[in-house]
Design a protein around this ligand. Structure first.
Ligand code: URP
Ligand code: ZN
Ligand code: ZN
Length: 501
């Protein structure tokens, strides 16, 4: 047997299905053996008392990207990827955003250049599509999908990015045809706009009114609407950052009818409540994100949805806006809830939070944790089997996890450039002692060693919903063919259930 470059021995390996004793042998950037009793490699890591976990994959984070409100985040590809690595995440998939009037192709090329130069861990990106002209959809987007960017996000709110229902239909039809996964930010823009306007007119400007204006019904309505639009084509959709029972109920009902609907949530919806927005002055702006934080009942519903499989992924939705005039407070203390940048940081703390609050508190098993933070991301977004599991042939992306290590989360201890953490002062139990990225030890006992640009672009294959594709219903076939001008005579009236049609 060839000598391993690196071995991780005497630990407990975890997958999305099981936890078992095994040693891991690595040659170059690949795992080549996972079994008991492997001989020591050139470097041998003793993982006694540790879990050997697939490195986290974060498929929803905003890095070096201008937001829907026009604000540039504080993290670039270097700082974001360094922060991710410190928390055990070994691949990030942020967003190359097309802003109105700009070319999707150019957005993708510019973003690729930034990531190539700076990322310290492997990466891909989704696109944000804000225009639906023929060049954007039929040329640029198709070209991107062919080069391995097999998912993109669309917004139903944020004036600068949102697309309307007609555009959504064009997008969904194209995604169904090209086998790309559509991620949807689902909130009803006019409800938010109307409530916000009335609140501002009545002088209600404090951060807590962000929550009032992004009422859960607005999320529920938009979630229902986009699912119905997607069902026209049997197009899979993934609803990102689900925060409320209204949306969860809609997603669950659609899944039971056989629709290919998937969902994601984030640690802040599971662990924080709307009370955080009601701090004195503008302090609550730190906790304004969209959809907003909800209540304790919503948290419980989200935890249950993770256990029941209604939601498939937990992502950070890292949105690195500083608590100053560059981000949260463009008008200082006079900033209204409508002007504060939306989102909060969370790349580095995602895995530790989910382990400590999820696994340690008995809300999820370790295999569920692995699925929700790594394996499901890899499968849903076409990165499996290269990543997301510890198995022979996969990339050697591994977090050697000390389940007893306690860390108190503070802005100064974390590695992003945001300057605050929503979890300031909270102690988590469980932290990665060593992080291996493509066979390289890049974090060891808090010390970091990787150069900017050493992460690699990972072209993604077909997302899971298309791999397990059920036969497309008569309804889906008809509307897919209508989208390309080829609707045939015959079946023109369709029933309700996705399974029967
Ligand atoms: O408030 C949030 N989530 N900001 C980030 C942008 C987005 O819509 O995901
Ligand atoms: Zn969003
Ligand atoms: Zn986001």
């Amino acid at each position: 047997m060839q000598q391993f470059d690196l071995t991780i021995r005497h630990g407990l390996v975890a997958s999305d299905e099981a936890v078992y004793e095994a040693d891991v042998g690595i040659i170059g950037d690949k795992i080549v053996a996972v079994e008991r009793g492997l001989p020591a490699g050139r470097r041998d890591i003793d993982a006694t008392g540790h879990y050997v976990l697939p490195g986290g994959i974060d498929t929803h984070c905003h890095v070096e990207q201008r937001s829907g409100m026009g604000v540039m985040g504080a993290d670039d590809w270097y700082s974001a990827s360094v922060a991710a690595a410190h928390g055990g995440t070994t691949m990030i998939v942020p967003f190359a955003a097309q802003h109105r009037g700009h070319s999707l192709k150019q957005a993708a090329e510019e973003y690729t250049a930034l990531a190539t130069a700076k990322s310290v861990i492997d990466w891909s990106y989704h696109l944000i599509v804000s225009e639906t002209d023929s060049k954007t959809l039929n040329e640029d987007l198709v070209e991107q999908i062919r080069r391995g960017i097999t998912s993109f996000k669309v917004y139903m709110t944020y004036e600068a990015l949102k697309i309307d229902d007609y555009q959504m239909l064009d997008v969904l039809a194209l995604a169904a045809r090209e086998r790309a996964l559509v991620m949807v930010h689902a909130e009803n823009n006019d409800v938010i706009r109307w409530v916000s306007q009335k609140l501002l007119e009545s002088g209600s400007t404090a951060p807590k009114f962000h929550g009032t204006s992004h009422v859960a019904l607005a999320e529920g309505e938009a979630t229902h609407r986009v699912i119905q639009l997607a069902r026209l084509f049997d197009a899979p959709v993934l609803i990102v950052h689900v925060s409320a029972p209204d949306a969860l109920a809609t997603i669950g009902a659609a899944q039971r009818m056989g629709a290919q609907v998937y969902g994601e949530t984030c640690p802040h919806y599971l662990l924080l409540t709307e009370d955080a927005m009601d701090l004195p002055g503008v302090e609550g702006a730190k906790y304004c994100c969209s959809p907003p934080l909800r209540d304790a009942g919503s948290q419980e519903a989200l935890w249950t949805a993770l256990n029941d499989g209604v939601l498939q992924t937990v992502s950070s939705d890292h949105a690195p806006y500083r608590f100053d005039e560059t981000g949260k407070l463009p008008y200082g203390d006079a900033t209204t809830f409508k002007q504060a940048a939306n989102g909060m940081p969370g790349l580095e703390a995602r895995l530790p939070l989910m382990f400590s609050e999820g696994v340690n508190k008995g809300r999820m098993t370790l295999p569920e944790f692995v699925a929700l933070t790594a394996t499901n991301h890899a499968r849903m977004y076409g990165i499996a089997p290269r990543k997301g599991l510890i198995q022979a042939g996969a990339d050697a992306d591994i977090a050697i996890w000390d389940p007893k290590h306690e860390v108190t989360l503070t802005a100064s201890a974390l590695h992003d450039r945001v300057g605050y953490t929503p979890y300031e002062g909270m102690t988590v139990t469980g932290w990665p002692r060593i992080v291996v990225s493509a066979g390289r030890v890049i974090v060891e006992d808090g010390k970091f060693a990787a150069r900017a640009g050493s992460g690699r672009f990972v072209p993604r294959s077909t997302p899971l919903p298309f791999q397990n594709e059920r036969p497309v219903s008569a309804r889906g076939q008809f509307f897919r063919s209508l989208a390309i001008g080829e609707a045939r005579e015959g079946h023109t009236s369709f029933g309700y259930s996705d399974r029967q049609n």
